[in-house]
Design a protein around this ligand. Sequence first.
Ligand code: UDP
Length: 194
Amino acid sequence: GNVTVMGIEFTNTTLEGFMESTVRPCLDGSEKCFIVTANPEIVIATRDHPDFKETVQSADHVLPDGIGIINAAKMMGTPLQERVSGIDTMRAMLAYAEEQGYSAYFLGAKEEANRKAVERAERRFPKLKIAGRHHGYADLDDEAFVESIAATEPDIIFVALGMMKQEHWIRNHMDRFDKGVFMGVGGSFDVLSG
Ligand code: UDP
């Protein structure tokens, strides 16, 4: 079951449970999946931006990324199992991708942070396939640009354009892809590269 916090429906799961119930089957079945990891800042932004709320509601899963969400759910008497952060989910996906031979595309952040994030991922997961990478300061909605990413046929697409921008990009462009687990990862490339 889902748990609604401030108008957003969260998937009530654990990281391990989510990998097993959703991420692995999606990758193994070459399906498409849009995952939002939402902290309180994101939930608040959905109140101020109806189009962003629609985008978040269009996701297949919204994960509780922040103790504020966990606490709010508990106070309402509908507790969530645990905080599932974007960075932990990203690491778990990378580990599974390496194990199974799936590829990941890294879109977003500044050129140096993007490159370093990929380098770190390759060092930590040596057999990981990198489908490709691009910094986040291109003409992101350009058809040819989107096509150049889709053409790499990534199994996982990490999008680090900052909240709202990254979720809108995924919502607007995931129909160009035949498969893929899509997730906005905010400043995670900077964490991974730092
Ligand atoms: N970013 C990007 N393109 C943009 C805007 C932001 O690639 O047009 C990247 C930025 O370099 C950073 C990440 O998105 O790595 C998060 O940006 P920010 O801290 O502004 O977003 P937030 O903290 O709101 O998620």
